[in-house]
Design a protein around this ligand. Sequence first.
Ligand code: PAN
Ligand code: ZN
Length: 187
Amino acid sequence: MKPTLSLPPQVAWASGALSGAPLIRKITTLGDLAGVFADEAAFRHGDPSLVVYSVEMFDTPAGEGELFTGVTHLNPGCLGEEYFMTRGHFHARREQGEVYFGLRGEGLLLLQNEQGGTRLEQVFPGSVHRIAGYIAHRLINTGTDVLSALAVWPSVAGHDYAALAGGFAQRVTKGNLRLMAKEVQNG
Ligand code: PAN
Ligand code: ZN
């Protein structure tokens, strides 16, 4: 049989730009994030058309055993005291996991289990995050540059946003980030 050779699609590691295959792009503006940030007055004064994050993914087949590959670009900024973040979700099929890879910028990955227990992982270029099943996940941009992270997840996972409509159990604000940085310094 004649071997075949093909050029696969690509990700530019430094920027997270995807190329070489058809893409799907979804933009999330501040106006889409009603109820997500704690400071409701700041939300009312904010520009609803402001882009908070975009997700670009390869338009690949869905189905049992298939994987989706996408990059989230989360802009820097704050609403009130709280850093810009993704909405965050459990997977609709709770047992399905995901891997995130930090590409650009700096931030945090907030992980929450079904009992409401949370932990945070630092995200930076080269960081690798194994998100097991049954764990909700949200990116938070604590830096001054765009935070870009590559993600690979089972196409059957789906997104359950409703389960966290009341919010995650932990918020990351300028104030509590300073406290966390001090704790890290003091061991
Ligand atoms: C990611 C997220 C992406 C946007 O591709 O969907 O970061 O976050 P929200 O979906 O919470 O708005 C992923 O985790 N997929 O499963
Ligand atoms: Zn996910």
